[in-house]
Write a protein that binds this ligand. Structure first.
Ligand code: ZN
Length: 132
């Protein structure tokens, strides 16, 4: 299962928590696996209350990735940034709600946009939901 996101900048952090909440079952518990099938984008969990947190992340990752790259496509920094942040997160859910901390949100991270990107997800059911 998947949905698309449209990014508008070279580097951008997009809050995808609401899209992900919609796919949760109302009953039961388990874990939501979110996976980004791209080599220059990523997913992370961080503070969503202050948008400056995401902006700071972008700015510092930009600075961190400066330097020379062998990769001829020219987007070496974006590959490094994607690996630093990582391609997936696993979040527990229960009773239709993600068990995120008060300030936590799930963010799609674009490092080589603007592009149309895919966000893949799987609901991994808990033991309580297993039919035995
Ligand atoms: Zn590349």
């Amino acid at each position: 299962m998947q949905f698309q996101v449209e990014t508008k900048k070279k580097m951008e952090i997009l809050d995808i928590t609401e899209q992900l909440k919609r796919i949760l079952p109302e009953q039961g518990e388990g874990a939501l696996l979110v996976h980004i099938p791209h080599t220059t984008a990523a997913v992370t969990i961080n503070e969503g209350a202050d948008p400056d947190v995401g902006e700071d992340l972008v700015r510092h990752l930009e600075r961190l990735a400066q330097g020379k790259y062998l990769h001829r496509e020219g987007n070496g920094p974006a590959h490094l940034q994607a690996s630093l942040i990582g391609p997936s997160v696993l979040v527990p859910f229960k009773g239709g709600k993600l068990e995120l901390g008060t300030w936590q949100r799930i963010f799609f991270c674009e490092f080589d946009g603007p592009r149309t990107r895919r966000v893949q997800f799987r609901l991994l059911a808990g033991l309580e939901n297993d039919e035995q």
